[in-house]
Design a protein around this ligand. Structure first.
Ligand code: HPA
Length: 274
């Protein structure tokens, strides 16, 4: 037997023993987008390695702790460091923290990520609020026996992304003269970037963005009926094909870091509203 439910309860029990802080909002900080954690009035940090059953992050530019505290007047828990399937974790490990945050009592989850832009209107540094996705991961985090205490066997995905929040985010961006769009995120396993033919494919199937994270977390959040808001920073232009340049992880991180203040501003404004 898998015992996922029991593992979640053990992780939650450990966190509750460590802090009495009760977060209402969860935030996952993506590649190059960790600065937001420094703006949190920190009440408590807990290293992933200390939490029972939590995976430990390995990737460059990711830390590896839960940060509990106040941001924009709201009680938040931020994941500084996230897990990617390509690192070798199972889908259950990748999404385990989302389960734990939900059981800690968060009622809304914000996810940030760095992504390639397959919409010809997008430039590096643009912010995109995800309005839908196409899951091209070969494995699904909900595969296997379903535990009804966590969510339904066949979760509906019609209202996956919170439209009202996206509309507000677009307004905030406009007020602050930040270039921002709504778009469709296509999730692939990675870790290699895409070939030109693959970028073309992503564009052709309706994808505005392509990335290696987020979708497993979103599926698991929606399985538990947790509303999600996802923002991507376009770190490299991938369409038209003539615009593609060789992309290194350092460039991705640098571009994400440069765009990070815009993302931080939007997340804080959204927190005031949700
Ligand atoms: N492809 C996949 N993931 C990414 C990219 C990309 O071009 N850029 C940043 N993350």
């Amino acid at each position: 037997m898998n015992m996922l439910y029991e593992k979640i309860l053990e992780a939650v029990a450990f966190i509750r023993k460590t802090t009495s802080f009760q977060p209402e909002f969860g935030i996952i900080l993506g590649t190059g987008l960790g600065q937001l954690a420094n703006e949190i009035q920190v009440e408590q940090t807990i290293s992933y390695g200390d939490i029972p059953h939590f995976p430990v992050s390995t990737v460059q530019s990711h830390q590896g702790q839960l940060v509990f505290g106040i941001l924009a007047g709201k009680k938040v828990v931020a994941m500084a460091g996230r897990f990617h399937y390509y690192e070798g974790y199972s889908m259950e490990q990748v999404t385990f923290p989302i389960r734990v945050l939900k059981f800690l009592g968060i009622r809304h989850l914000t996810i940030s990520n760095a992504a390639g832009g397959t919409n010809p209107d997008y430039e590096a540094g643009d912010i995109v609020f995800v309005r839908d996705h196409v899951n091209l991961h070969a494995e699904n985090p909900l595969r296997g026996p379903n535990d009804e205490r966590l969510g339904p066997r066949f979760p509906d995905m019609l209202e996956t992304y919170d439209r009202t929040v996206n509309a507000k985010a677009l307004e905030i961006a406009q007020v602050h003269k930040i270039r921002a769009f709504e778009g469709v995120y296509v999730g692939l396993q990675g870790p290699n970037l895409e070939t030109p033919a693959e970028y073309h494919f992503v564009h052709t199937i309706g994808g505005d963005l392509v990335g290696m994270s987020t979708i497993p977390e979103v599926i698991v959040a929606r399985h538990m009926d947790l509303p999600v808001f996802v923002l991507s920073v376009v770190t490299n232009k991938c369409y038209p094909l003539s615009a593609i340049r060789v992309t290194t992880v350092d460039e991705v991180i640098k571009t994400a870091q440069k765009a990070e203040p815009k993302m931080r501003l939007i997340v804080k404004e959204i927190l005031k509203l949700v």
